[in-house]
Every structure is written in structure tokens, then in C-alpha cells.
Design a protein around this ligand. Structure first.
Ligand SMILES: C[S@@+](CC[C@H](N)C(=O)[O-])C[C@H]1O[C@@H](n2cnc3c(N)ncnc32)[C@H](O)[C@@H]1O
Length: 348
């Protein structure tokens, strides 16, 4: 959640840039280029992207007042934590309204990253990465543990944002790969990771109808032609044997009778480790959606009788459900992850 002081900064920069006819995407490029100038040594951004940002920046590069303002913002954010908020501020309205896309609140992303046991040299992927909140949270938890992060999104500007956020927030020894592909029509770059990924963290688009006629995957060919089904099929292909998927899915998939066959098909190739029901309305302020959702944890192992799993409900996860809650919010995900049987099921 953006603090009052921070939102004042945002409005001030918006009004400074507006005098030069700069707004929306172009305003974000100006800011991105200033991050690039300040942290060049830590960033590996492709030349064509830098050129695009620089073209926007040329309009203000002699404007001392704006440059001082940008310096103050950017030098106070060496790990790029504010970038996702800036993206949402300048581009987010179009982004959300046009497509129902949004970023996962940090307390939820943090808890999901904790559901992965740290493993040396693991390959961790978010196939619908947005600003890469999940991968940043994972890097914060794993610290200097060496690993490979793979970030994919259908939207090029989000892949570019992820290049900035991940380069700034992760230790130098992390390897990073960025892909811009539609997961429902995977490019060769995405298919390259089939059967290689140890862990997937994701919050994919919910319950969109998919128009593709042909998609040769178990749930799709069984008649489940929506984005949730295709996402699980693609995730199962990406995971290597024993790999783990921690993702957010609509609660209806877990609870409703019409999805009984869906669940049976999923459990033929993936083993359920746990389900955490999130409070209704948890994405209302960030995304305007009231969809009731769950965190679902699945592992690519043959089902065994001895595998323990858990079901839990969280009344509060440290995220405001409406604009007028004043009290400090509890985060029940933290106590859930301290529970011994949950830790045993997740092997963390
Ligand atoms: C709910 S947002 C989650 C973003 C990010 N993982 C997070 O948790 O903050 C879903 C993301 O999926 C991306 N997306 C939507 N359709 C996609 C597709 N067909 N292929 C790849 N990414 C897609 C959107 O651009 C958006 O960034």
C-alpha cells in the first residue's frame, strides 16, 4: 500500500512531467531511464529497451528541477522496491481496466515464497510474472543462496519492469532469464524450460475462456477450456519431476462440484500438498476483483498414501479489504507457516 507521503511524490512527478506533455507509459520510461543512469553497473537491460526509455528521457534531460526530483526518488530506492507502484501509477489504470491484471500484495507473495524449501541451484519461475513480486520475495528470503530465476509475461513492458526490479533486488550471483511469451501459446524460449523447473510461483489470470482450438493437454482436451486449466497443464509441463507449484487459483476449482473431474485429472500427475483459502475481497483494493481465491500447493510426484496435505482458511493476511480499516492488520499466513503439521506437509 502506498503511503500518503509517497502518493504525494507520485502526484508531484506526474504534474512536473505533464508540463512537458509526458504521461502514462512515457512517464514510466523517463523514471526507468533515471534508474538506469543511477544503477548502470547492476543492470543488464537490452539496448533496444534502453533506447526506448532514453527517447522519452530526452524531453527532460536538461530540466534541473525534474532531475533533482528524480534523483531524490531513485537514490532512495536502491533495490527498486518502489518500481511496481510507479508502474501501476503511470500505466496501471489502463493495465488493469483493459485486462484484469494486477500485482499480488506483498504479504501473500512473501508467504507463498516461504512455501518453497531453499534448494541450492534451484530454477524458480513465474510464468505470469507482472513486476516479479514473487521472485523478489524469494530472493529476499534465500539471500546469497545461488539460484536461477525465470520471469515470463505476455506484456513486454512488464518483462522490462521485471528486468529492472530483479536486477536491483537480487544478489549478483543469481542467474536471470526473461521471456515475453503467451503461456497459452508457448514460444520456443518458454518451451526451452519444459521439465527443467524446480519451483513455480504464480498468480495467473483467473477463469478466462480460451479460444484456441487446439491445445494438446490433459485438462484442455477433457473440456476445461479456461485459463486456470491451461495454466496448470503448462505448469506441469514446465516442472521437472518432484518440482513444486505454489499458485493462486479461484476457490471454485477447489470447492465446486462442477470441478470434480478437473481435480481428479490434476491429481493424476500432481500431488496436492495443501490449500490455503484467502479472505474474500483480498484482491479488491489492488484489482477490483472479489473472486474468492486459494493458494494451492502441488508437487509433480506420483500420489502416495503417505503424503500428508493440509487445508487451512485465513481470516486476515495483512492486506486491507476496504479503504476504511484503520487498525493494524493481522497476518494469519505467518502463524500458519509456523504450524508443525503445515511445515511437515511442505517439508520446510
Ligand atoms: C494477476 S497478474 C500477477 C502478476 C504477478 N505474478 C504478481 O503476482 O504480482 C497476472 C499476470 O499474468 C500476465 N498474463 C496474462 N495473460 C498471460 C498470458 N497469456 N501469458 C503470460 N502472461 C500472461 C499479466 O500480464 C499479468 O502480469
Amino acid at each position: 500500500m502506498v503511503s500518503r507521503k509517497y502518493s504525494t511524490y507520485q502526484e508531484e512527478l506526474e504534474s512536473l512531467l505533464r508540463r512537458f506533455g509526458i504521461g502514462g507509459e512515457t512517464a514510466f520510461y523517463v523514471l526507468a531511464y533515471h534508474y538506469f543512469i543511477c544503477y548502470k553497473d547492476r543492470l543488464e537491460i537490452p539496448n533496444d529497451v534502453i533506447e526506448k526509455w532514453h527517447n522519452a528521457y530526452q524531453n527532460i534531460e536538461n530540466e534541473g528541477r525534474i532531475l533533482l526530483f528524480l534523483d531524490e526518488l531513485v537514490l532512495n530506492d536502491p533495490n527498486g522496491h518502489a518500481l511496481a507502484d510507479w508502474y501501476q501509477f503511470f500505466i496501471g489504470q489502463r493495465f488493469r481496466e483493459a485486462s484484469g491484471k494486477f500485482f499480488t500484495p506483498k504479504p501473500i507473495a512473501h508467504a507463498m515464497a516461504r512455501m518453497l524449501p531453499p534448494t541450492p541451484n534451484a530454477i524458480v519461475m513465474d510464468p505470469t510474472c507482472g513486476s516479479s513480486t514473487f521472485l523478489m520475495e524469494l530472493a529476499q528470503l534465500w539471500g546469497d543462496y545461488p539460484c536461477t530465476l525465470v520471469a515470463n509475461d505476455i506484456e513486454a513492458s512488464l518483462v522490462e519492469l521485471s528486468m529492472l526490479t530483479l536486477d536491483l533486488a537480487t544478489p549478483l550471483q543469481y542467474q536471470k532469464h526473461f521471456i515475453c511469451s503467451d503461456i497459452y501459446s508457448p514460444s520456443h524460449d518458454l518451451q526451452h524450460w519444459y521439465n527443467k523447473v524446480d519451483y513455480i510461483l504464480a498468480n495467473p489470470p483467473f477463469s478466462l475462456q480460451i479460444g484456441y482450438e487446439q491445445f494438446n493437454s490433459p485438462l484442455f482436451t477433457s473440456g476445461y477450456r479456461n485459463s486456470d486449466a491451461l495454466f496448470i497443464d503448462v505448469a506441469a509441463q514446465l516442472l521437472k519431476p518432484s518440482g513444486r507449484l505454489v499458485c493462486i487459483l479461484p476457490h471454485s476449482i477447489i470447492a465446486n462440484k462442477e470441478f470434480t473431474d478437473f481435480r481428479t485429472i490434476v491429481e493424476q500427475s500432481l500431488t496436492l500438498l495443501g490449500v490455503v483459502s484467502l479472505p474474500e475481497g483480498v484482491f479488491y483494493l489492488s484489482a477490483g476483483t472479489t473472486t474468492h481465491t486459494d493458494i494451492v500447493i502441488l508437487e509433480k510426484t506420483p500420489p502416495t498414501e503417505s503424503q500428508k496435505h493440509f487445508f487451512a482458511a485465513t481470516p486476515s493476511v495483512g492486506v486491507r479489504l476496504s479503504g476504511n480499516e484503520e487498525q493494524a492488520l493481522q497476518n494469519h499466513l505467518e502463524s500458519l507457516l509456523a504450524n508443525t503439521s503445515v511445515r511437515a506437509a511442505l517439508r520446510i
